[in-house]
Design a protein around this ligand. Structure first.
Ligand code: MSP
Length: 667
């Protein structure tokens, strides 16, 4: 099985994850999931970049040690990606011990080959970019990317990397490997800049202590410059063994999926570093575009941020994943709006897809008691037409995904959803039923199930939770991603004898008039700007004084909380899927719960009151946004609610008294 190693950029932890970060992780996740579906053995790396000056300063502003601060913030990124169903195989942190060892070894290798030397640096440094800016690049004395922040003057003796020696080898490599930098526009930008000439770059800092120490034999009073350190995460993640030429099972990377603002580091500094250290180069670096909000780049330093988790909390992960993949085209920028998201949700997910599934299952229930009929051999032109669309969509969408173009693939897959809806109208099953044409009716139902199942498989990289739900509703076994999609998609052997089920609507329609979504409550970018005006600390929202954490001032009555305080609790209905006693304890039960769009493990101290088997199937209420904790070594991501007497001699779990969809909000 061919391997596929895909990485994202690792995010700075000086602020919370925003929609721009989320877009990148979703894009990479869609590609990783597609590759697995297409039969590759894929490994997906993401994580956090923690040794920046910004991070050290933010930790200080929050009154925490840098490590404590990073632990909390890195946890927030990881939690956000879990909520968005990002299927990473490793979440790397640049403070991980194996990474520290890899960085030191790569510096050592480059030094042994004569590419590291001691020198004096003087020049401007933009703390937001974490990069040295040449004088000619300043605009009115400011960093071109961060005009609101003064660049700092830095003068220190440190270690340089002989980047200038790699000008010709880099140009040659790029020319000989047209897929090395994609899209082509990014490649041209990079090539033109390299041709202007490469200067050696400083790769250590003598005035900082927060970072990976330079190797002892060179000078461990200095730390490695944050970008030099960060890029090497891709090698650590591949399983590189320091001191050897074992670059790990996954190296070279097949795809570094990163934003267009950091192509210079990835397409120039990184390959030159690898050449200097004698390590093979990655296959492709893809510089994606930006998600903008009202036309401006999402940026924590400029105060324009949308919190992806708020969107997930109100709509679920899939609609956000779907919308971002639809609205930000291949390699270009795309504008996010709450109205646009709500419209895409209603028109595409609720109407096109949701209704297709609902109508089909309702008809199979009505005409065939829920059982998908077997092939009858009766086949007409409409049936042929639908089959032809299925085949061409499976082929073309596959090609588009191979070309790293999820947006076009998505619209191609939608061609099948639209064709299936049209097929219902054109073949009018209700007329076939009325006229007693049972065989034709059976063909239509079977064809519809097949079209939906194929669409579901192809959609599974984009909307994994919903795809699984549709798969289950159709009565299919296992998971849509267990099927192989290599351009052809063959599933007819799965269909005989399956029984469909019907539940509530897959995507309940959003009322555009009254929804919180379109009313502005979610216009967090505005809120972020307000906060910025209030001043720091609080970007990360960790200090006791931070506006994000402290609400609206002192409480007037000690025991009363405001509605805003209550709103901080994310209470959800969840179904208990499995329950078992935690070994070696009297009180603890480990529960696997289904929150509709996510499955999780929680631990509860209820073993004296309930047998594990009594809990399975209950619809309980959980605090879904509680920080994860380890209870007796078992991870718990959330807490169930229960009432108990003061002395805890009696206890009853809170359940809902009539069915609600899993994940429904309790307010
Ligand atoms: N820590 C560096 C990357 C080191 S990789 C070895 C960094 N971090 S970042 O937090 O500033 O950005 C992380 C990723 O998010 C980058 O790829 C960046 O381009 C991407 N995005 C940040 N804002 C974005 C948008 N508004 N839209 C899309 N992606 C953008 O750079």
């Amino acid at each position: 099985m061919a391997k596929y190693y895909i990485t994202t950029a690792i995010d700075y932890v000086n602020g919370n994850p925003h929609l721009g970060h989320a877009y990148e992780k979703i894009g990479a996740d869609v590609i990783a999931r597609f590759k697995r579906l297409a039969g590759y053995d894929a490994f997906f790396l993401t994580g956090t970049d923690e040794h920046s000056l910004n991070v050290a300063r933010q930790a200080e502003a929050e009154g925490l040690s840098t490590q404590e601060f990073c632990d909390i913030m890195s946890g927030r990124f990881r939690n956000a990606w879990d909520k968005l169903n990002i299927s990473y195989d490793r979440f790397i942190r640049t403070t991980d011990q194996d990474h520290v060892a890899t960085v030191q070894d790569i510096v050592r290798r480059a030094n042994e080959r004569g590419y590291i030397y001691r020198g004096t640096y003087s020049g401007y440094y933009c703390v937001s970019c974490e990069r040295f800016i040449e004088k000619g690049d300043l605009i009115d004395g400011k960093c071109p990317f961060h005009p609101s922040r003064e660049p700092e003057w830095v003068e220190e003796t440190n270690y340089f990397f002989a980047l200038s020696e790699f000008q010709e080898p880099l140009l040659r490599h790029i020319q000989e490997h047209p897929d090395f930098i994609l899209p082509a526009a990014r490649r041209n930008e990079v090539v033109n800049r390299i041709k202007e000439g490469l200067q050696d770059v400083s790769v250590s800092r003598s005035t900082l202590t927060w970072g990976v120490p330079f190797p002892e034999e060179i000078d461990d009073s200095q730390v490695v410059y944050v970008w030099f350190d960060a890029l090497i995460n891709y090698l650590t993640g591949a399983g590189y063994t320091p001191g050897t030429d074992e670059f790990g099972k996954w190296w070279p990377a097949d795809l570094h999926y990163i934003g267009k603002d950091i192509t210079w580091f990835h397409c120039v500094i990184w390959p030159a570093t690898l050449m200097a250290a004698g390590v093979p180069l990655p296959e492709t670096i893809f510089g994606h575009g930006f998600v903008t909000f009202k036309g401006a780049k999402m940026s924590k330093s400029e105060g324009i941020v949308v919190d992806p988790l708020k969107v997930v909390d109100s709509l679920g992960a899939d609609p956000l994943r779907y919308y971002l993949m639809k609205v930000v085209p291949h390699g270009q920028d795309g504008d996010f709006s709450f109205e646009g998201l709500a419209e895409a949700y209603n028109a595409d997910l609720a109407n096109d897809l949701g209704n297709l599934v609902n109508r089909t299952t309702a008809m199979i229930k009505k005409y065939f008691k829920g059982q998908v009929p077997s092939p009858t051999g009766v086949y007409g032109p409409l049936d042929e037409e639908l089959k032809a669309v299925e085949e061409s969509v499976a082929q073309r969408a596959h090609e588009m995904m191979e070309e790293l173009d999820p947006t076009s693939a998505l619209s191609e897959i939608w061609r099948l959803i639209t064709a299936a809806n049209k097929y219902i109208e054109d073949s009018a099953p209700w007329v076939l039923a009325r006229e007693g044409k049972r065989e034709s009716l059976a063909t239509v139902m079977l064809n519809l199930v097949e079209a939906i199942a194929k669409g579901t498989i192809m959609l599974s990289p984009f909307i994994p939770y919903s795809s699984q739900r549709i798969w289950d509703i159709l009565g299919l076994q296992g998971k849509p991603e267990d099927i192989r999609w290599d351009g052809n998609l063959e599933i007819s052997s799965l269909l005989p004898g399956i029984c469909v089920t019907q539940t509530g609507p897959l995507f309940p329609r959003l009322d555009m008039e009254s929804s919180d979504f379109t009313k502005g409550e979610f216009h967090l970018a505005e809120l972020a700007k307000e906060k910025k005006k209030e001043g720091k600390p609080g970007q990360a929202g960790l200090s006791a004084k931070s506006p994000q954490d402290s609400g609206k001032g002192d409480k007037k009555v000690a025991d009363l909380i405001s509605i805003d305080d209550f709103a901080k609790l994310d209470l959800r209905v969840a179904e208990v899927i499995t329950a078992e006693r935690v070994e070696g304890t009297d009180k603890l039960v480990r529960l696997e719960i289904d929150l509709g769009c996510e499955k999780r493990q929680i631990v509860a101290g209820i073993a004296q009151f309930y047998k594990p088997e009594e809990l399975v199937g209950k619809h309980i209420v959980v605090v879904a946004n509680l920080e994860p904790a380890r209870i007796r070594g078992v991870e718990s991501k959330g807490m169930l609610l229960a009432g108990s007497t003061e002395d805890r001699s009696e206890l009853a779990i809170i359940t809902v008294d009539r069915p609600l969809p899993k994940g429904a909000k309790v307010r």
